[in-house]
Every structure is written in C-alpha cells, then in structure tokens.
Design a protein around this ligand. Structure first.
Ligand SMILES: Nc1ncnc2c1ncn2[C@@H]1O[C@H](COP(=O)(O)OP(=O)(O)O)[C@@H](O)[C@H]1O
Ligand SMILES: [Mg+2]
Length: 357
C-alpha cells in the first residue's frame, strides 16, 4: 500500500466490563482495497466495525478516515456505511424503496433518487425487480438489495459484517464472487468481517487475522496461508499438521527427520513445533525409496484414504506413533490402500516452526 490509507485504526482498545473486546488494535485499509477481518466468534470483529462506523467509542486509540480524525463524529457524519450481520430489509417496502431509503433521508430529489436507484440496481444486477417486495426475492437477491441499500449514499468505505451468514454454501460461493466483482468495479474500499477462512481467502486483497481482541497477522491471502506468523494463524486457516520436536543448531529434529530451520528464531535446545500443510507432503510407495523432494523421508502406514473429488486425503501413522494428514490432487500418482507402508518427505520450504506451547 503506497498511497495514504483510507482507513487508519491506531491502538484501539475497548472493554465491556471484565471482557477485553479490543486490545491495542492497529490496521490500515487502502483506498479501493478489499480487506477482510477474520477470526473466531467473539474475537472482537463486530466491535471493531462498530467503532469505525461510530456506534461505539474506544477507551484508547483513534480512527481516521481519509486522514481525518473521527473522534466524536456521529455515524451519519462519517463516510462509512455498515451492513449489519442481519441485513433485515423493510418487508413492506419495494426493492426500489428499500434502496432509496438512505437517499430520502439525505434529502435527495425525486429524479436524483430514481437515477441513483437505477444505477445501483444495475451494479448489483437486479434490474427489473424494483417493484417487488423482499419476500418475493430469493436469498441471494435479498442480499444484493441490502448491498445496494448500503452503497446508495456513496460511502467511501463499506463495512460488511458477516454478509453471507444467512446463505447456504453454494449461494455463498456465488455471492462471494459477485461482491468481489462489484467492489472491483466501484473501487470503494470494502472491509468484510467473517469467521470463515475460505471467504476471506477468496474475496480479500489483504486479511487481518484476529484472536481474543488482538491482531495476530495482516497479510495477503498467500502470506497468511503460506507464511502464518503464529501457531494460531497456522491452525485457523486451512488444514495443518503440527509435529513436536527440538531445535538443534539451525536444524529441527522431529518425526519427519532433520530439517533446516535457520530462520525460525528459536533457540538451540528449545522444544519446537513443525507445521506443514497436508498438500505440501509427498507420499510415495516405500519400494521407490522416497519421493525425492529433499530429505531422506520417513516411513508411515496408511490408516485411512478419503476420496473428496478434487483431492484425495490420507491419514497416516508415523513409526513414532504420530498421526499425519496428507492430501494430493485426485488424479495421478500411485494409489494407496489402508495398511500400505508409505514413504513421507517434505521440501524444507514447506516447513514452518513455532515455539512449543
Ligand atoms: N455490548 C456488549 N456488552 C458486553 N459485552 C460485549 C458487547 N459487545 C460485545 N461484547 C463482548 O465482546 C467480545 C467481542 O464481541 P464481538 O465484537 O461481537 O465479536 P465477534 O464479532 O468477533 O464475534 C465478546 O466477548 C462479546 O461477548
Ligand atoms: Mg460479530
């Protein structure tokens, strides 16, 4: 991000009685950026969005939008709109009137409202349904009306709190792409809040991973997936194997043998954890003498094989008794059955190391 950030949160802290909802949170969102706030339920995501929108005040820290300090600015004076978790539309109003709602409150004239609503219907691809009521729409269409309504006043920043929570899985995926496409065309900054890692990975330019009121990592989807900064991030996003071992002068020794670990920052002699994703592990028949991707490999026994369409997943037991999950593309490669011996190896670049807890 080279330009001045559109949104800047600096050291925000918020408590509710004994609960610390936000603990020294800082982050920046660029103009035109699609940002995701990802974390488990209760980690403070909604509180942070309410703080940005002006519905909540913090004990410490500040919020700046477009370089202006928002302290004391009420919600309607901020160039922000928040689309709530339950985006209830007005059931008795038409699609047109639902979208026009914020514009009427702004005191816009009739012609301007009609033109703006038509533009928004086109943006969210809902032309032709403006006279219908919400109960005459599908779930996905209702979601897009809510999006159009939130965009109507022309916010510089749109906050979407769990926007797809009410949709079933297939519709969620479809709507993720629609929202992303709409954001790309409008170039309005979006912050989407989600507890669903797939949603964050699919939609966002950058992701902030939150845990218990704190930010654990901010980075691109590939950053947080390939280079998780903490063990929590490693376990929260995607599937991960964790294997206990020990650091020894620049190497990690554990159930997968010795691996170079110069950059781990962990002291020699320390107990440590190797993190490796199932798809980064090579699996070969023992007779072939290793999978040839670095390291001599270790042996294990296949305990389960699960075909999942795009991928096949193996559960293995290593000779030291540790369980290991391995996955690979469903097509090609040798086949394995339960009870088969297999040789396991990983490339050094697939390994991450964390301090033992
Ligand atoms: N108005 C409130 N009063 C008391 N506790 C609250 C209030 N709002 C949020 N909390 C608490 O703050 C924490 C963070 O909540 P929230 O921001 O809603 O998390 P998330 O959106 O990530 O699920 C939770 O422990 C929640 O119970
Ligand atoms: Mg929430």
């Amino acid at each position: 991000m080279t330009d001045a950030p559109l949104l800047s949160i600096k050291g925000a802290s918020k408590r509710f009685g004994a609960v610390t909802a936000l603990d020294d949170v800082s982050l920046e969102v660029g103009a035109g950026e699609f940002f995701a706030l990802l974390g488990p339920s209760g980690c403070g995501k909604t509180t942070l969005m309410r703080l940005v929108a002006g519905f909540e005040t913090a004990e410490a820290g500040r919020v700046e939008i477009g370089g202006a300090d928002m302290s004391g600015a009420p919600p309607h004076r901020r160039p922000v709109n928040l689309m709530f978790q339950s985006y209830a539309l007005f059931p008795h109003l038409s699609v047109f009137e639902n979208i026009a709602f914020g514009l009427r409150r702004q005191g816009k004239g009739k012609a301007e409202i009609a033109a703006r609503v038509a533009e928004l219907l086109q943006i969210v691809r809902l032309e032709g349904v403006e006279t219908r009521r919400p109960d005459q729409l599908s779930g996905g269409q209702r979601q897009r009306v809510a999006l159009a309504r939130a965009l109507a006043p022309g916010p510089r920043l749109l906050l979407l709190d769990e926007p797809l929570g009410a949709l079933d899985r297939q519709l969620r995926e479809e709507t993720q792409f629609q929202i992303k496409e709409i954001q790309r065309r409008l170039k309005t900054s979006f912050v989407v809040v989600t507890h669903d890692q797939d949603e964050a990975l699919v939609m966002a330019d950058r992701i902030a991973v939150m845990r218990a009121g704190r930010i654990e990592q901010i980075g691109s989807p590939t950053d947080v997936y390939e280079r998780p900064a903490t063990r929590f991030v490693a376990s929260f996003i995607g599937q991960m194997n964790f294997l206990e071992g020990r650091m020894e002068s620049g190497e990690f020794t554990g159930p997968l043998g010795r691996l170079p670990a110069h950059d781990s920052g962990l002291a020699a002699g320390a107990k440590a954890v190797l993190a490796v994703r199932p798809e980064r592990i090579a699996i070969a028949p023992v007779s072939e003498g290793g999978a040839g991707v670095g390291g001599a490999g270790v042996d294990g026994v296949v305990e389960d094989v699960a075909f999942r369409g795009e991928t096949t997943h193996f559960r293995l037991r290593l000779s030291g008794g540790e369980a290991l999950r391995v996955s690979r593309g469903a097509i090609g490669g040798p086949s394995f059955s339960v009870g088969d011996a297999a040789r396991i190896s990983i490339a050094p670049s697939a390994a991450r190391f964390f301090a033992s807890e």
